[in-house]
Design a binder for this molecule. Structure first.
Ligand code: FAD
Length: 290
């Protein structure tokens, strides 16, 4: 869904630094100049239009080529939602896999890598299958596990193997109790259980959270597992706890910032507002000020 509220509006700009390739490249350059790594997300999801899926692939190809041109590819990666590249279409699994392959190829040519975002629970199995298929040709392709799903500790065990990059997040979708923990405390406990599995395993854990307790536990579990700096990383979203992002870098940790860009910011912004309802009033003010 594209909306007409300009991305320059206060609350949107806090989470989405721009709409164009040039704007996101400028943001990535500025973050990397401060020692942060980056993951660029071309906003959009749930497309039912083959041309739109094609446009998304081209946008990734363009941003990856621009990253290489500006020397930003090695410390950058891209994050891709499979429903943005065709998963919801008829024959969606084949279309999404083929489109994701093209993005992985562009990333390899640029000297960069791809992580496949995780969406709502109806897509978990197919997303993990597609990541596995991509990893046959592009072994650096990252997976995402959402701690709130009951199944996730098992998924972490399966993925905690040498060469595997796994981002652990709490989970951002409104899921039913039949498949997910809905109590915040239960989600936090599940996050720690999953993190322990990943830190003790052979892969590269990517600890995606703004929660100070999870960051502290992540550091402690990495030490307990005898992990060297760089054998795991922290990740946060653009615009959330920027000072903490830099503090972790100054302490020698690897920190990657997820940078979304593009016109289709509505679904992304709504998930951020749901996590932080006090920001809703800022959003309403942006609409009124328009
Ligand atoms: P919370 O308990 O929600 O928040 C902890 C603290 O962080 C809060 O007290 C507050 O201080 C701060 N904070 C959190 N959210 C906000 C906000 N919106 N605005 C301001 N402050 C805030 N989810 C998916 O389902 N699939 C994905 O592929 C995915 N990829 C992600 C990639 C990255 C790099 C990150 C950081 C998150 C990703 N998420 C993804 C979102 C994630 O699942 C959570 O919804 C989100 O990170 C909030 O959870 P939290 O761990 O920060 O903890």
């Amino acid at each position: 869904m594209a909306t007409t509220l300009p991305v320059s509006s206060g609350i949107v700009a806090r989470y989405v630094p721009g709409e164009s390739t040039a704007e996101v490249i400028e943001t990535v350059a500025s973050l990397q100049a401060h020692g942060l790594r980056t993951s660029v997300d071309h906003l959009g999801e749930d497309t039912l239009d083959l041309d739109q899926a094609e446009a998304t692939v081209r946008a990734y190809e363009e941003v990856l080529a621009a990253s290489a041109e500006h020397g930003l590819a090695a410390d950058g990666e891209v994050s891709v939602k499979l429903t943005a590249v065709g998963l919801a279409l008829a024959d969606g699994e084949r279309v999404a896999l083929e489109n994701a392959r093209r993005i992985c190829r562009a990333a390899r040519n640029a000297g960069s890598v791809v992580t496949i975002d995780m969406e709502d629970h109806t897509t978990t199995d197919v997303t993990l299958e597609i990541v596995q298929a991509l990893r046959a040709d592009f072994p650096d392709t990252g997976a995402v596990i959402q701690a709130y799903l009951h199944r996730s500790e098992d998924d972490c065990r399966a993925l905690a193997v040498a060469g595997s990059r796994v981002r652990l997040c709490k989970g951002a979708y409104a899921e039913p109790e039949t498949v997910a923990y809905t109590d915040r405390h239960q989600v936090d406990l599940a996050y720690v259980r999953c993190l322990r599995v990943l830190m003790q395993g052979g892969g590269h854990p990517m600890v995606a959270t703004h929660d100070p307790r999870m960051v502290a536990i992540g550091t402690a579990l990495a030490r307990a597992a005898g992990r060297a700096p760089g054998s795991y990383e922290f990740q946060m979203l653009y615009g959330i706890r920027p000072q903490e992002q830099r503090r972790l870098v100054s302490e020698g940790e690897t920190m990657r910032v997820y940078v979304p860009y593009g016109h289709e910011w509505y679904g992304y912004l709504m998930r951020r507002l749901a996590e932080r309802p006090q920001n809703l009033s800022l959003f309403v003010k942006s609409l009124v000020a328009k």
